[in-house]
Design a protein around this ligand. Structure first.
Ligand SMILES: [Zn+2]
Length: 355
């Protein structure tokens, strides 16, 4: 079963899923801005329901909002949106990275020798009993690093996250600045977390195929979860990198999304990056990116499988086919998008649904 904010669902109920979108975020301390608290709860719920209705019209049934506890997470708001839109929303337990996360945990983890254990205990409670008094349970663990090197704080939070994952079986999804992905996986797997229960988030923030393949070879999922965020890197580059990974046999390890933030707490988002975060619609991938992937030789079924089968496998813990390992299925994908034998757009490759 997969835990959403309103109920537990079967893997089959998950369906087409966006794996990294935010109803609302607020950087720690937002509530101290007494000039501007941002949109009202009612506005946030209304916008969330609107966008989810848009997603439903394109066949989506589920969404993961991996907001960490210290980034304005509001699970009761999430549950209200999920109930009103009759939609599967999964929330996270976990903390943001050293630079932008909440000082509270930095102080605790520095001063109290048992703070990492206590943090793990809290995560386990949020995953198995509920978050605070809400009774709403998290479905995944969110961990984060920014620029290298990983800080001591981040290592301690990762250790707590690994402990909670091992104790509960909950999968982990991370934030990266498109560096430290392999280090994240190495740290977590050394602590007992299977690689196929980890998504290395925002890996599409660089165009380095070797970096992507280093993550792929570990067996972890590779987050191409910032489509539309062109201030970081153009979508053309993301499309090219993704196709290259598919050709290398990593299709079952790809996770796609936009990392949009539909609302911001505090002062409205400023700057182009933040404007873009707020304005990326939930159908950017299916409307604007999927056609480019089809032009690149992928079949509709292969793209659907990234939106449906990969999230399901991640949540259920069923291992994906791993790039570079000679298991049946890899060759099919390779042929499917090799330049010479490219199928015309809309043509379904006969082998498309073989894996
Ligand atoms: Zn995010």
């Amino acid at each position: 079963m997969i835990q959403t904010v309103t109920k537990a669902i079967t893997p089959a109920e998950l369906g087409r899923t966006l794996m990294h979108e935010h109803l609302v975020i607020g950087f720690p301390g937002w509530e101290s801005d007494t000039l501007e608290h941002g949109p009202t709860r009612r506005d946030i719920v209304a916008r969330g329901v609107d966008r989810i209705e848009e997603m439903k019209s394109a066949g989506f049934r589920s969404m993961l909002d991996p907001c960490p506890s210290d980034l304005g997470r509001d699970v009761e708001l999430m549950a209200e949106v999920a109930t009103r839109a009759n939609f599967n929303l999964v929330c996270a337990t976990g903390l943001y990275h050293h630079e932008l996360g909440a000082p509270y945990w930095k102080v605790k983890l520095e001063l109290y020798p048992d703070a990492s254990d206590r943090l793990a205990e809290m995560m386990i409670r949020e995953l198995t009993v509920g978050i605070g008094e809400t009774g709403i349970r998290a479905g995944v663990i969110k961990l984060a690093t920014a620029q290298a090197p990983m800080t001591d704080y981040e290592r301690k939070v990762f250790a707590a996250g690994a402990k909670a994952s091992v104790a509960t079986g909950a999968p982990i999804t991370t934030h990266t600045d498109a560096v430290l992905g392999p280090e994240q996986v190495a740290l977590l797997t050394a602590l007992g977390v299977p690689a196929h229960q980890i998504i290395v988030g925002h890996s599409c923030g660089c165009a380095d195929h070797d970096y992507h393949m280093t993550i792929a070879r570990t067996g972890a999922y590779i987050g191409f979860d910032r489509f539309g965020l062109e201030m970081v890197i153009p979508d053309d580059s993301r499309v090219e990198s993704l196709l290259r990974l598919v050709r290398a046999g990593a299709r079952e390890q790809l996770i796609v999304s936009h990392d949009a933030s539909w609302c911001f707490r505090g002062q409205p988002a400023a700057g182009e990056v933040m404007d873009m975060l707020g304005n990326i619609g939930p159908l950017h991938f299916t409307r604007n990116i999927a056609p480019r992937l089809r032009d690149g030789g992928m079949t509709e079924a292969e793209i659907d499988s990234i939106l449906i089968d990969n999230p399901r496998r991640y949540f259920t813990g069923e291992p994906p086919h791993i790039a570079g390992q000679g298991i049946a299925g890899q060759g099919v994908t390779g042929q499917g998008i090799s330049g010479q034998a490219r199928a015309p757009a809309g043509h379904h490759h006969p082998a498309a649904s073989s894996t």
